[in-house]
Design a protein. Structure first.
Ligand SMILES: CC(C)(COP(=O)(O)OP(=O)(O)OC[C@H]1O[C@@H](n2cnc3c(N)ncnc32)[C@H](O)[C@@H]1OP(=O)(O)O)[C@@H](O)C(=O)NCCC(=O)NCCS
Length: 151
C-alpha cells in the first residue's frame, strides 16, 4: 500500500468535507474542522494517495488518553487497509506522547467500524443510550490500553 500521512491544512477542507459527507449521516461542518484545526489538543491528519486525500483521522490528546473523534475513508478507497494505516499512525503518536489508552464511541450498527476497531485491539467497555440524537442509536464505547514495553 502506498500512501502518506500528513497534518491536515485549511486548504484541505473542501476535499475533507466531501469524504465526511459520504461517510456520515451527521457530518462535521467546515466550521467544526476550522475549530479543531485551532484546538491545541486536536490532532488532524490526512492520508494522501496519488496526490489525493483518501482518508482522515482526528483525535484529541488529553493527558495520557487519546480520544478518537473521527476516522473516515473515501468510499472508493475503502477496504484497502487505509483506516488501519491511520490507526497505526495514531498509535505511534500515542507511544511518542506516552499515552496509555485510546477511547472512542461508535454507532452500535456500524459493523465495519466495530470490526476494524476489534481487529485493532479495542474492546467494548460501555454503551451510551441514544447517543446519536438524529436516529436515537446507542453508542458503544470502546477502549484500547497501550502497553509500551519501554515504560
Ligand atoms: C470504517 C472505515 C473507516 C474502514 O475503513 P477502511 O479503510 O475500509 O478499513 P481497512 O481497509 O483499513 O480495513 C480494516 C478492517 O476493517 C474491517 N473492514 C473493512 N472493510 C470492511 C467491510 N467491507 N466489511 C466488513 N469489515 C470491513 C475489517 O476488519 C478490516 O480488517 P481485515 O481486512 O483484516 O478483515 C470506513 O468504512 C469508513 O470510512 N466508514 C464511514 C465512516 C465511519 O463509519 N467511521 C467510523 C466512525 S466510528
Amino acid at each position: 500500500m502506498t500512501g502518506q500521512i500528513r497534518a491536515m491544512e485549511v486548504y484541505d477542507i473542501p476535499r475533507v468535507l466531501e469524504i465526511e459527507k459520504e461517510s456520515f449521516t451527521n457530518p462535521w461542518s467546515e466550521q467544526s474542522f476550522l475549530m479543531e484545526l485551532e484546538n491545541p489538543i486536536s490532532q488532524m491528519l490526512v492520508l494522501e494517495t496519488d496526490g489525493q486525500i483518501a482518508g482522515i483521522i482526528c483525535y484529541w490528546m488529553v493527558l495520557d488518553e487519546i480520544h478518537l473523534l473521527n476516522i473516515a475513508i473515501a468510499g472508493e478507497e475503502r477496504g484497502k487497509g487505509y483506516a488501519r494505516f491511520l490507526l497505526h499512525a495514531m498509535q505511534a503518536h500515542a507511544e511518542e506522547n506516552g499515552s496509555t489508552s485510546v477511547v472512542l464511541e461508535v454507532r452500535e450498527n456500524n459493523e465495519r467500524a466495530i470490526r476494524l476497531y476489534e481487529r485493532f485491539g479495542f474492546s467494548q467497555v460501555g454503551r451510551i443510550a441514544n447517543y446519536y440524537p438524529e436516529d436515537k442509536q446507542d453508542a458503544l464505547v470502546m477502549r484500547k490500553e497501550m502497553k509500551w514495553t519501554n515504560r
